[in-house]
Write a protein that binds this ligand. Sequence first.
Ligand code: AMP
Length: 290
Amino acid sequence: MIVVKTVKEMQQLSKKFKSSDNSIGYVATMGFLHEGHLSLVNEARKRDDIVIMSIFVNPTQFGPNEDFETYPRDFERDCQLAEANGVDVLFYPSVTEMYPSELTSEIHVVKRTNVLCGKSRPGHFDGVATVLFKFFHIISPDRVYFGMKDAQQVAVIEGFLTDYFFPISLVTCPTVREHDGLAKSSRNVNLTTKERKEAPIIYEKLQQVKMLVENGVRDCEELKKTIVNKLSSAITGKIDYVELLTYPDLTKTNTIKGKMILAVAVQYSKVRLIDNIILTIKEDNECIEQ
Ligand code: AMP
């Protein structure tokens, strides 16, 4: 595995791979790797000749009172995991390497961001889109791999890849979970023991609401109320949002139809957890989870 720290060297390497007709699969991460990240690498290994992973905790996607400073980091461990799982190039730039001077233009995402995390974290998706524009230009991947754990991020990326004719295919991968159902996340280490114990309830309640949909309930408000009641009586964390929206456009509807996202965010003492399930109501009214 090659570790690259500068933009220039990364650009040169990508150019070399492309000139020898290798396809490039790219996995963007903020590090502190877990099986969720590695599932993306695994998927990229199946389809692409070269797998490039970046590790970069991007300051522009964190708000002033968010957890940029306390975001977990362990580069040595990440290096070992990346190499053992078949990453060919690990791109690990510093903040000044990625943002050498003040930006002269900024990416502002105008759709799919006035709800969910975009609403709770103003500017977050502008920061995500800005850094991904940079990475996509530096690496020129053929395919990029993103997890449905961050389903709103996927919706935003799908939008800008289409808007700006990036010659890049987006591959989405399912959420990898702990044995008790909690979605794997680098941030989980910052939960207290008590919070970690109760956190699987979030997914449990998402599944219970899915059962209601399977049993024919279609009213969005009723379903939302049910999950808010179930969650608030079962957890000590503060519910940031519970939403049931169309996917990937993330608009409100009264009745469930087509592809929908049921998404939850819960604020714990040091960590904000997000989780979601994607439900599709088929023509024959059957409900399936993606
Ligand atoms: P992060 O390091 O949290 O920015 O995540 C980097 C990539 O890994 C994103 O595409 C995430 O959606 C994906 N990811 C994070 N957690 C999981 C998970 N539990 N299952 C699948 N993908 C994940």
